[in-house]
Design a protein around this ligand. Structure first.
Ligand code: ZN
Ligand code: FE
Length: 253
C-alpha cells in the first residue's frame, strides 16, 4: 500500500491508502472532508473506501460528504453500526476485509468506545488502530472497563514487531512526559523519548511508531510487567488492575 498521512484539526492524523494494483483508494477515519478532498485532487486519486475505527466525530466527520462526492463504500464496526454515518459494510473480530489486492484483518478492540475496531494490513505491516494505542499512550476509556481495554491492547501488542502503528493522534510528547513518571528506569522508553524529542524539534510526526518499540516502551502495553505493577502499587498477577491504575493516573496527570 501507498500510505499518505494528513494532519488535520489540532492533532488528528487521517490516512489515505492506495493499492497500486487496482487503484483503489481508502481513507481511514476522515475527521474532515476538505483536507482529504484536497489531497485526493492533488494526487488525482479517486476515493473508493472509507474505513472507520469508531464513532467519534473526529473520526467520522467527513464520512457523508466523501460518500456523496465519490460514492465511496463506508466500512465500520458492526458493534457500533448505528453510530457510523453512512455505513455500508459492517465488520468485526477476526474477519478479513479485501481492499484492492490486500486484506485487512479486523480486530474488535473495545474500551475507548464500545464498538472500536482496528484494521491490520499484514502484507503492508500496517495497523490502523484509531484511538486504541497511541505512541507511549492509549485512548481514554470513555465506554469501557480496564479489563476490556487491557484485553484489547494485549491483542494488538502481539502483532509482529515490525508492524507500523498508525494511530489517529499526535499525542506522543505529552504521553512521554507521563510515561517516564510511572516507568522511569525503562531503557526502551528513554530511547523512544529521546527520539520523539528529536522528531518534534525537527517538526516531524512521531507517528507511525513500531509495535516492537511500543510493546517495550509504552506503559499501557506493559501492565503485566512486575516492575510496573510494583511501581503503581498493584498486584503483579492482575494486569487489568495495573492497567486501570496507570490509566487513572494519566487521566489526572
Ligand atoms: Zn475517539
Ligand atoms: Fe480521536
Amino acid at each position: 500500500l501507498e500510505i499518505v498521512q494528513i494532519p488535520v484539526l489540532q492533532d488528528n492524523y487521517v490516512y489515505l491508502l492506495r493499492d497500486p494494483g487496482t487503484g483503489s483508494v481508502a481513507v481511514v477515519d476522515p475527521a474532515v472532508a476538505d483536507a482529504v478532498e484536497a489531497e485526493l485532487d492533488r494526487r488525482q486519486w479517486r476515493l473508493t473506501h472509507v474505513l472507520n475505527t469508531h464513532h467519534h466525530g473526529d473520526h467520522v466527520g467527513g464520512n457523508l460528504r466523501l460518500k456523496q462526492r465519490y460514492g465511496a463504500t463506508i466500512v465500520g464496526p458492526r458493534a457500533d453500526k448505528a453510530r457510523i454515518p453512512g455505513i455500508d459494510v459492517e465488520v468485526g473480530e477476526g474477519e478479513d476485509y479485501a481492499f484492492g489486492q490486500e486484506t485487512a484483518r479486523v480486530f474488535d478492540v473495545p474500551g475507548h468506545t464500545r464498538g472500536h475496531i482496528a484494521y491490520w494490513f499484514k502484507a503492508s505491516r500496517a495497523l490502523f488502530c484509531g484511538d486504541t494505542i497511541f505512541s507511549l499512550g492509549c485512548g481514554r476509556m470513555f465506554e469501557g472497563t480496564p479489563p476490556q481495554m487491557w484485553a484489547s491492547l494485549a491483542k494488538l501488542r502481539d502483532l509482529p514487531a515490525e508492524t507500523r502503528v498508525y494511530c489517529a493522534h499526535e499525542y506522543t510528547e505529552s504521553n512521554a512526559r507521563f510515561a517516564i513518571t510511572v516507568d522511569p528506569g525503562n531503557k526502551a522508553l528513554g530511547d523512544r523519548v529521546a527520539e520523539v524529542k528529536r522528531l518534534r524539534a525537527a517538526g516531524q510526526p512521531t507517528v507511525p511508531s513500531l509495535m516492537g518499540v511500543e510493546r517495550l516502551a509504552n506503559p499501557f502495553l506493559r501492565a503485566d510487567d512486575p516492575g510496573l505493577a510494583a511501581a503503581v502499587g498493584k498486584p503483579a498477577n492482575d494486569p487489568a488492575a495495573v492497567f486501570g491504575e496507570v490509566r487513572r493516573r494519566k487521566d489526572t496527570f
